[in-house]
Write a new protein. Sequence first.
Length: 600
Amino acid sequence: MRIIFSAFRFVAVFVFLASAILPASAQGDEQRLAEAKIQISNYLRYFKFETTVSTKEIDRLAELRVKVHSPSTTLEDRQAALKEFVTMIFRVAGTNPMPPEQALENFARNTGQALHSLVNDAGAKPPRGTTPLGNLGAVEKRGRGPIPIILIADIRTDWSLYRNFMDRNAERYTMYAVTLPGYGGTPAPPRPETLDLKTTPWWDGAEKGIINLIEKNKISKPVVIGMAASSFLATRLAVNYPDKFRAAIVIDGNVYTAFRSLANPDYPATLEERPDVLMKQPGAIGMISEFLPVLLPSRESAESRIKALPPAQLTQFFAGIREIERARALAIEAAVGSDPRAYRYNVEMFASDLSGGLKNLKVPLLAIPAIHDDNSPGQGGPAPSQWYEAKMKYPAIPLTIVPFENTRTYVFEDAPQEFDRAIESFLAGKPMEGRKGLAMATRPSPRGEVGEQIGALKVSIKYGRPQVNKRQIWGKLVPYNRIWRTGANEATYITFSNEVFVEGQKLAAGSYALFTIPTEAEWTVIFNRVPGLWGHFYYNPEFDALRVKVKPQAAEQQEWLNYSFELLTPTSANVVVHWEKLKIAFKIDAEPAKTTASGN
């Protein structure tokens, strides 16, 4: 369900920045409706849903299209039409479960408001033409230092995103800041004739454009830097062209988008499954964006609307920019310079998974995940854990992971001095430090930590403490037969100073994410080796170190989830998890169980 919300947020941001409407026209209602039916039929054919939609449904979708796009539609009717449209599309796609009613309401309200403003923007205009595959947007060269760097702007932004970094480092590096086609006022590449979720023509074209840039300017062994979405391209370049690059740096980027398997939602979708998973996510494959014909707002309208936004709302679009005027300026440029057709970059990323290719990595790669603060809309992303997974899977690859705590996506803006030092040290082959110290706001589920010395063994547990708060817990808030973080917010982590025996099974010293799968009769307790996990949303069983079974027990009421230790002997104890009227316990031994020789 988190991916459905992500798709909604993506579409809402896109509509906010560069919405899509039909221009006013003198055509009669019948002609507009006839044209809308043709457009809807082509639309369904592109997404391969033409055989699953009845003639009656096509007629209704055409009516909704006209209503959503018409300047004469009231705000309330536009919002109602959007809600009905997205509900129909989710049903056509076979999405199960459907998004909650409140999510549909919120999407229709927010997107409808943005569209309504743009319908009345007299200066709005559609983007013209396309950028041929293999071409780039604007490229800005700055600096005179000895090390060449290619900086790839994030989607929605242009090269100027790196302006401050380039100004700070003009003596260290010679920099080429690249804008992807579709942003910074350049038109998007052409949309493929058919939807093929196994190909990435836009990213292939951008990759070719970077290689052409290197060859044209005779750039010798540059460092390539990508951030957020463009880290996808930087990683591909490092893997595919080891002879072209000195190093690669990715800032708060993902190895893959964390879709879950249709067969078992507690498992990540495999690369082979991803097309099928995506076809059930209309927002992820662009079905909602494609419904909205493209239009760019006038600068005057964008400035007026964005300057009126409260600071908190701006952070939803630029989660790394805390300086409000800088965030407003970026939002305005994104609104007037982002081609709405460019959503295709996201579709291709959603269908991809770079983890398999990383086994061939030869170029030193530095991953800088941002560990977002509690007030950031980007809190709880998958970036840290995915890079740790890659390093555990392929320990020999030249991958270094340096998290920056208490920062947001645009780390080079949020922690400029620490970021510059980390880059300089990385390129010099020296040890690196990120930023330490994560500030947390007051949480409904506060953090807890307990520890115990058991013989020579030290055990500590860090977890979030949810409250019962009159809710039905077992089988509802915590579903049966599904993975649970066994806490709140971040994943629960248990750390053992030495080798330990859990329910008689050996487990190496280290820190483990602690998950459970509750049922009414028996719980599975899971120790997973991946650091940096948020909750159970990015759990991957491939990295389980141990699973044990325990029985739940009835217990007295416990309002706040609680972990504790019950000492059994000087070298053994039970770890007890107690919440509401239930508890479980698993035994840990600091020493292996002694056996008695038979026949004595």
